[in-house]
Design a protein around this ligand. Structure first.
Ligand code: ADP
Length: 620
């Protein structure tokens, strides 16, 4: 088994440069994973931590079922291929390939067999007696690959292995490495700054920027559902075009897009994935459109047409790139917000200086929040519905539901906007009736079902496929809903996480030294195992400002533990929560049955995650 798992991995250089932040990834056995991002984003550092060439500041690295943080590089059963080949110049190709095996004291006949097999796979048998300086760049990189192969590792790591090659050779080696992956049936982790390499080689791609993972997904999903503007712009050539716009929902469900110099209409059937909060015409949005989805069309008029002036035309053979601007006066301006690129077929018959109509495929538009740059067109959208509370019941998604006490206590009679996260909905044998409209397989055993209920559309995740047109029923977790009226939130969803600030302390009590988690105004005894994990972080742990995070189900209200004051009980029927004060901090705890007369809290420390608050890294 050569699974690799990175759990909350951080790298901090010199106590301050955060090169990698909270990197999480499960690499499957035999998977081809690519880390991609601009220079300095932390991809090589991550790879080097996997290789054992760089110490891991925090987090866990598992290779197979072995925790490898402190396993020496040579004992990790991995091979790494570097950009500069790292061959010994004075050794022959054969000796370069055999070197690692000789160091591992592998028998001579076995070495010979493996070197010749690898040379055969890579087509370098005839060069075995040559020295590296008598080889071309591509041949040298093959030798470096051969040296990695002969060790028969469970995981191959590649650090920009093709960067030193010219474009033609790079394309050839790309297919060779992909073929090698299929043949060797091993796990490959590959670092590159080249998105074309990433898109053509990876089963899945991790896109990084400034030390943070931006998105991890298949090439197709990154292309179709970029999580933010950075991923949208980084993946795909030519690059996606961006325009500042505002969006407004019309009566018929369509969305009008207003930009400087043009307006578009997204028909209702393509608009329902856009976050409702952005459809009032009052928020700054960035629209994205790929050059392939905006093409010259003489007859384009109306809601999918843009009129623009052509600044430059590049004939690339089978493709023509047209650089245009909706503002004639800005044609020569660099970084003009009204400029865009259109990809047309050959013989587009368009030349610079013309005014041309372009047709936009409005089903392919992307939208991002102008400030956070996160997408506001979600693959798995949450739903914003209107609900009416009256007579102890809630009319939601066309059904009448009994209001649980927690809502009945806080919602007056009237109408509310209800935010329903898709996680709050599930298919169930009985519940809110609806009709499945569409079912899309997201991954094996995970389906996204679009359901129409009442006048609304919602998205539900389901383990099994559902046929379009099938009648379904939905159950809704009321504790995950938030209600607003007149733009003000009246009832928030119950937070599922608590985060408390505090410190770890050692206290002398009589002859003993005991360990505590000290929160502002409260002190919880630290169990042995938790203290041990704290000590693993070194003595400086006692000086650090820490944060302790745990779920609402990871604490117990009872008669034992540290006394707390209960501020509020939220009774959601099947689930009950207490909002309690522990010292000066507030947290939520799920509980069953009755509240004890003198409530106390115990926290399940096995489940607590600890953060260093000052540099915001997760310790464990
Ligand atoms: P990439 O491989 O994506 O180009 P790296 O992983 O090499 O990026 O570097 C990530 C960040 O860490 C960069 O800001 C770089 O300057 C910094 N860095 C890398 N190595 C060191 C080091 N030895 N000491 C201090 N900072 C480093």
């Amino acid at each position: 088994m050569s699974k690799v798992s990175l759990k909350h991995i951080y790298k901090v250089y010199d106590g301050k440069v955060k090169a990698v932040n909270d990197f999480n990834l499960e690499v499957d056995d035999k998977e081809f994973i690519v880390f991609v991002g601009p220079s300095g984003c932390g991809k090589s550092t991550t790879l080097r931590m996997i290789a054992g060439l760089e110490e891991i500041t925090s987090g866990e690295l598992w290779i197979g079922d072995r925790l490898c943080n402190h396993v020496e590089a040579k004992n990790r059963n991995i091979s790494m291929v570097f950009q500069n080949y790292a061959l010994f110049p004075n050794m022959t190709v054969y000796d370069n390939m055999a070197f690692g095996l000789r160091m591992h004291k592998v028998a001579r006949e076995e070495i010979d067999k493996r070197v010749r097999e690898a040379a055969e796979i890579l087509g370098i048998t005839e060069y075995l007696a040559r020295k590296p300086k008598a080889l071309s760049g591509g041949q040298r990189q093959r030798v470096a690959l051969g040296r990695a192969i002969v060790r028969e590792p469970s995981v191959f790591l590649f650090d920009e292995p093709l960067s030193n090659l010219d474009a033609k050779l790079r394309a050839k080696m790309r297919t060779e490495i992909t073929r090698l992956h299929k043949r060797l049936q091993s796990t490959f982790i590959y670092v590159t700054h080249d998105q074309v390499e990433a898109m053509t080689m990876g089963d899945r791609i991790v896109v990084m920027k400034d030390g943070y993972v931006q998105q991890t997904d298949t090439p197709q999903n990154l292309f179709r559902w970029p999580a933010n503007k950075f991923v949208a712009g980084f993946i795909g050539t030519p690059q996606m075009n961006f325009f500042p716009v505002t969006l407004r929902r019309a009566e018929d469900g369509s969305v009008s897009v207003r930009a400087d110099g043009f307006s578009l209409t997204v028909p209702a059937e393509h608009a329902y994935r856009i976050d409702e909060n952005y459809l009032g015409g009052d928020r700054d949005v960035i629209m994205g459109i790929r050059p392939d989805d905006v093409r010259p069309a003489k007859d384009a008029v109306g809601g999918d047409a843009i009129k623009a002036y052509v600044a430059l035309v590049e004939e690339l053979g089978t493709q023509t790139l047209i650089y245009a601007n909706t503002d004639e006066g800005a044609l020569m301006t660099e970084n003009s917000p009204t400029a865009f690129c259109s990809a047309a077929g050959e013989d587009a018959g368009i030349s610079a200086g013309q005014c041309v109509s372009f047709r936009v495929d409005t089903s392919k538009l992307h939208f991002f929040d102008a400030h956070t740059e996160l997408t506001v067109k979600h693959r798995i959208p949450d739903c914003l519905a209107t609900a009416r509370a009256s007579g102890g019941r809630l009319n939601l998604l066309g059904a009448s539901l009994a209001l649980p006490a927690a809502l009945a206590d806080r919602l007056g009679e009237g109408e509310y906007a209800v935010a329903i996260p898709s996680a709050a909905l599930s298919l169930s044998p009985a519940g809110i009736p609806g009709v499945a409209e569409e079912c899309e397989e997201l991954a094996a055993g995970s389906h996204l079902v679009r359901v129409r209920c009442g006048g609304a559309r919602v998205f539900v995740l389901s383990d099994s496929a559902v046929a379009a047109g099938e009648n379904v029923a939905l159950s809704v977790s009321a504790d995950m809903l938030s209600f607003s009226a007149d733009g003000r939130e009246v009832v928030s969803a119950v937070p599922c996480e608590n985060r408390l600030e505090g410190r770890f302390a050692r206290v002398k009590e009589g002859k003993e030294r005991n360990h505590y988690v000290e929160l502002d105004g409260a002190r919880l005894a630290s169990p042995y195992e938790f203290s041990r994990k704290m000590y693993d972080r070194g003595r400086s742990i006692f000086k650090k400002k820490l944060a302790f995070a745990f779920g609402v189900n990871d604490a117990v209200l009872g008669e034992e533990g540290v006394p707390v004051s209960v501020e509020e009980v939220l009774d959601y029927g099947s689930r009950r929560y207490a909002a309690v004060r522990l010292g000066s901090q507030k947290l939520y705890v799920a509980f069953e049955g009755q509240l004890p007369a003198d409530p106390c809290i115990t926290i399940n420390f096995d489940r607590v995650r600890v953060y260093d608050s000052e540099i915001d890294i997760r310790l464990f």
